[in-house]
Design a protein around this ligand. Structure first.
Ligand code: ADP
Ligand code: ZN
Ligand code: MG
Length: 483
């Protein structure tokens, strides 16, 4: 049976505000249980919520970055249900007039050679619930309200993702965009990026959507990919055995790497939404929206496309650079001043430079590396003035001092010997002492040249120009061969 995969996501992104959504408690992950909560975020009767303006601002940024329309009058609604981690008995969410409607996420596929727009239904603001902690040892459950009232946005997509790979690209794009905007740090281990994954299958090409199942509350991107692959297999097996899909809600078990059915999906869950009388209608002017729009700058996906187009970088390198504004700046300035393929600058930045930054746990701006020096150094490699190995030593210095790579090369004796006569002298000596080289070469064992170059290098303390040396040795063997 040829089946199409259809996936729709509800992505929850916790916002990086200083305080919680409706009170002044710290919005901070972890801490001693129930150490940052108050009568508002624990839902005491008689308390009143006070909407966090920063949360609205961050949601606005997210919505504009994902091409949404902004509702200039937005309202907050109560979503009523009972659960021990929800002390008010309702969650303040947005139903009637969410802040952001429509929009799309542009994802890049097949190594950036293709792009696809995944349309959104809406992005709304809501508050997180507390956390239940089930203790098997003590045979009882606890509740930690530190997370209760943490602001989040829910990004609801249309069912337009067609594979696990597309879903991964979609989540990565959202994560990179949110991090870039400072909307969220999307830390998997802190649960600040979680998703409900809706999956259905349908006969290939059919215009009608199949019955969907929903995997609830999956954390991060890799888990989501595993969960969705597992669900596609489960549904495929059911359909191929001639049975029908029952609409169910599933739970993903990270450790066991498998899902289990939580409950049958009820026809319609009745949340009895109504506008929260404690929160006024929020009006956002067109001017305010435009101001935020102007502040967005170049978004990660635009950066990746530009780096690929303007500099011929690979999708992977463009993606890695796009994660760090300082690296992009260094890359572009270096590529513009040098006479080499820009990919070479990207390789140095992704390779040794990033490694040194990681080892020292510093950022580029904490180092002394300038685009001029990096560019000069790459030019020197290209002109055979220094070897790649020597450059690895030089770049360390360039990160500590604003010093010309030529001077470092001189000081440390790293300039390659390119003087024909002295190289020839050494090569002649090596060939004279190792007559087998000429013999083996003449028998067709051309690999022996590498050995001869190595012998010369030893005598030159590694400073010979290997390309030149190889030419000289070859020349010597061939002219002798004729005698
Ligand atoms: P619910 O209230 O049960 O979460 P919604 O109608 O709000 O349901 O839809 C939630 C998500 O389910 C959306 O992201 C949507 O794209 C997705 N979805 C809806 N129908 C399907 C389907 N047949 N297959 C896959 N995803 C679907
Ligand atoms: Zn509080
Ligand atoms: Mg849902």
């Amino acid at each position: 049976m040829d089946l199409d995969v259809v996936i729709g996501l509800e992505v929850h992104v916790e916002l990086k505000t200083r305080s919680k959504m409706y009170c002044s408690c710290k919005n901070e992950f972890g801490g001693v249980a129930n150490s940052h909560c108050c009568e508002i975020c624990t839902g005491m009767p008689g308390t009143l919520p006070n909407l966090n303006k920063e949360a609205v601002q961050l949601a606005l940024k997210a919505g504009l970055a994902l091409n949404c329309e902004i509702n200039n009058r937005t309202t907050f609604d109560r979503k009523n249900y009972f659960y021990p981690d929800l002390p008010k008995g309702y969650q303040i969410s947005q139903n009637e007039a969410p802040l952001c409607v429509g929009g799309f996420v542009e994802i890049l596929l097949n190594n950036g050679t293709q792009s696809k727009k995944i349309n959104l239904v809406q992005i709304h603001l809501e508050e997180d619930a507390g956390k239940m902690i089930h203790s098997a040892a003590e045979d009882r459950s606890f509740i930690d309200f530190n997370r209760s009232g943490v602001p989040l946005i829910e990004i609801v997509s249309k069912p337009e993702l067609s594979s696990a790979a597309e879903m991964k690209a979609y989540l990565e794009t959202i994560m990179n965009t949110m991090r870039y905007l400072g909307v969220s740090d999307c830390k998997v281990e802190e649960g600040s990026l979680r998703e409900d994954i809706n999956v259905s299958l349908k006969p290939n090409g059919s215009p009608h959507l199949g019955v969907r199942c929903e995997i609830k509350n999956v954390g991060g991107i890799n888990n989501a990919a595993r969960a969705v692959e597992c669900e596609i297999r489960r549904q495929t097996e059911i359909l191929e055995s001639g049975k029908e899909i029952e609409p169910v809600t599933l739970r993903w078990d990270e450790e066991a790497n498998k899902s289990s059915v939580m409950r049958k999906k009820d026809a319609v869950v009745e949340y009895r939404y109504f506008q929260d009388p404690d929160i006024p209608v929020i009006e956002i002017s067109k001017e305010e929206v435009e101001e935020v729009r102007k502040s967005l700058g170049e978004l990660p996906v635009q950066k990746v496309k530009r780096l690929m187009r303007d500099y011929g970088l690979t999708f992977t390198d463009a993606g890695l650079l796009a994660e760090d504004q300082e690296k992009i700046q260094l890359f572009e300035a270096t590529a513009k001043t040098g006479e080499f393929a820009p990919q070479k600058a990207a390789n140095w930045i992704q390779g040794d430079i990033s490694r040194i930054l990681n080892e020292k746990n510093i950022r580029l701006s904490d180092s002394k590396l300038t685009p001029q020096n990096l560019s000069k150094m790459i030019n020197m490699i290209d002109q055979n003035k220094i070897s790649n190995t020597a450059a690895k030593i030089i770049v360390e210095r360039l990160m500590q001092e604003d010093i010309s790579p030529e001077i470092v090369a001189q000081q440390e004796g790293l300039l390659q010997l390119s003087d024909q006569n002295s190289l020839k002298e050494i090569a002649e000596a090596v060939l004279a002492e190792n007559p087998q080289v000429t013999k083996l070469f003449q028998e067709g064992k051309t690999n022996i040249l590498g050995f001869a170059v190595g012998e010369c290098m030893k005598r030159l303390n590694g400073r010979g120009n290997p390309v030149l040396l190889k030419e000289i040795i070859l020349d010597l063997i061939l002219t002798r061969g004729e005698v």
